[in-house]
Design a protein around this ligand. Structure first.
Ligand code: ARG
Length: 263
């Protein structure tokens, strides 16, 4: 039986003692995915997930944490191969993933949204029929775009990129007519690097259907982010859930939220 350990170099295995905390938690994440995990111009890792990790692991549990850049498409197998202890990567909780990992309580609500080049002739979801759509591989954005493809009886082409930046670049270059991706990450692009070059496709959708206080543009899904754990790591998962609840109760969550999403 291993206790918390560095069995082989860099491995993060699961403690057999359910209530024993590791000294340090290594977090797998696909970076950059701004505003959740990205580097500042001075090379410092920051973002909503990074600040929540700091509050939960360092602040509440008193342990060190470190982010380990990992391709999103293989991040679940990588967790299950002990390359890190948890995933924090703006990861949506869903049933397919829950067959292979266990999730924390939800910590963020997100929506799949569509962005298009400024001046595009696309003005509704139906106009996406027949177009090239850019997505990040292995994401719920890719699944939402697959859903559109089915809706259009196959008349849609998915272009899959390893990172979301590839999809954004393809949009600017005219290689794709739209990008399907998480709303706040799209918003960061539309108001940042892509300013003046990309806008949200408007319309009503999943958010309104779910009775959510909806973003002012088309939503294809309503999703919740969670921290992912190996399925034999329930003791740690429970401790993290309690820490997450404490961070919400003492106002830290609200402060971090305001820093990235208000004003
Ligand atoms: N929320 C989406 C999903 O779970 C996209 C996450 C991409 N995250 C990242 N760090 N690249 O599929």
């Amino acid at each position: 039986e291993t206790t918390e350990s560095e069995t082989t170099e860099g491995e993060q295995t699961t403690s057999s003692e359910s209530n024993e905390l590791p000294d340090k938690v290594v977090i797998g994440s696909d970076i950059p995915y701004r505003p959740f995990e990205y580097e500042t111009t001075s090379g410092e890792l920051t973002g909503f997930d990074v600040d929540i990790a700091k509050a939960v692991f360092e602040g509440e549990l008193g342990i060190d944490y470190e982010f380990k850049p990992t391709s999103f498409d293989s991040i679940i197998p990588s967790l299950n191969n002990n390359n890190f202890r948890v995933i924090m990567s703006a990861m949506t909780i869903n049933d397919t993933r829950a067959e292979k990992v266990d999730f924390s309580e939800p910590y963020f609500t997100a929506y799949q949204t569509v962005i298009i080049p400024t001046g595009s002739d696309i003005s509704s979801k139906e106009d996406l029929k027949g177009k090239n759509i850019g997505v990040q591989k292995g994401t719920t954005g890719a699944s939402a775009a697959e859903g559109l493809k089915e809706e259009f009886d196959g008349d849609l082409t998915l272009k899959k990129y390893d990172q979301i930046s590839g999809a954004f670049q393809a949009l600017i270059n005219g290689q794709v007519a739209a990008v399907v991706n998480d709303n706040t990450v799209n918003a960061e692009f539309v108001n940042g690097n892509g300013e003046g070059e990309a806008v949200f496709l408007e319309g009503e959708g999943a958010a309104e259907d779910a009775g959510k206080d909806a973003p002012p543009y088309l939503t294809l899904t309503v999703e919740e982010y969670g921290i992912a754990f190996r399925q034999d790591d329930d003791g740690f998962r429970k401790q993290v859930n309690e820490a997450l609840a404490a961070v919400r109760e003492d106002g830290t969550y609200e402060e971090i939220y305001a820093e990235y999403f208000e004003g």
